[in-house]
Design a protein around this ligand. Structure first.
Ligand SMILES: Cc1cc2nc3c(=O)[nH]c(=O)nc-3n(C[C@H](O)[C@H](O)[C@H](O)COP(=O)(O)O)c2cc1C
Length: 172
């Protein structure tokens, strides 16, 4: 009955040893600036050693001003070293790694200092938020540029193609 669950699968160029996936879960084990901590490395290494075919690392911020503290960030080159340690630990324990990129935004409820970017004027968690379009083309560009830069950081350094794998429901 579980033949497929425990059999390998190819997702584009990436082979998973089985179809057990750890979904993205914001653990809040990252550091103040979103840096990878030894605790987060140990957490993922343990799941890979336990048999997960793929660990999807929790939401990772691409834009420093809207990166809430203690959520993973990849918004700056200084954070790359930690990501290398994390992916190495997952690989050394027999797993594969993916990462979920995000803006930060709604987790501002965990960290009131984090900026929240919205497309319409609105009030959220006691803050009056201004739509991003009204802050000008330059501002909009600086934000939309961030995911591209984060992806290039992932591509050229540690995550390689695994970071861009799109996880789809697995056909039976
Ligand atoms: C503590 C916690 C943190 C979570 N963080 C994320 C996250 O970072 N990204 C995400 O897409 N989903 C997140 N989720 C949602 C889980 O990934 C989701 O519950 C899981 O995929 C199970 O899916 P199901 O609820 O459809 O069974 C989180 C869930 C929990 C309980």
């Amino acid at each position: 009955m579980y033949d497929r669950l425990f059999s390998p699968i190819q997702i584009r160029g990436l082979e998973l040893k089985n179809r057990v996936v750890l979904p993205a879960m914001g653990t809040r084990m990252a550091g103040e600036k979103g840096e990878i901590t030894p605790r987060l490395v140990a957490y993922h290494a343990a799941r890979a050693a336990g048999g997960c075919g793929l660990n999807i690392v929790e939401v990772a911020a691409v834009h420093t001003p809207s990166a809430p503290a203690h959520f993973v960030s990849i918004s700056d080159d200084s954070l790359i070293g930690g990501h290398k340690k994390l992916t190495d630990a997952i690989h050394q324990n027999g797993g594969k790694a993916a990462i979920q990129l995000w803006q930060g935004s709604i987790a501002t409820t965990f960290d009131p200092r984090a900026e929240m970017l919205v497309v319409n004027d609105m009030e959220f968690a006691g803050k009056k938020l201004k739509a991003i379009q009204q802050t000008g083309y330059r501002r909009l560009w600086s934000v939309t540029e961030r995911p591209r830069r984060a992806v290039s950081r992932l591509d050229t350094t540690v995550w390689n193609s695994t970071a861009r794998t799109i996880i789809c429901p697995i056909p039976s």
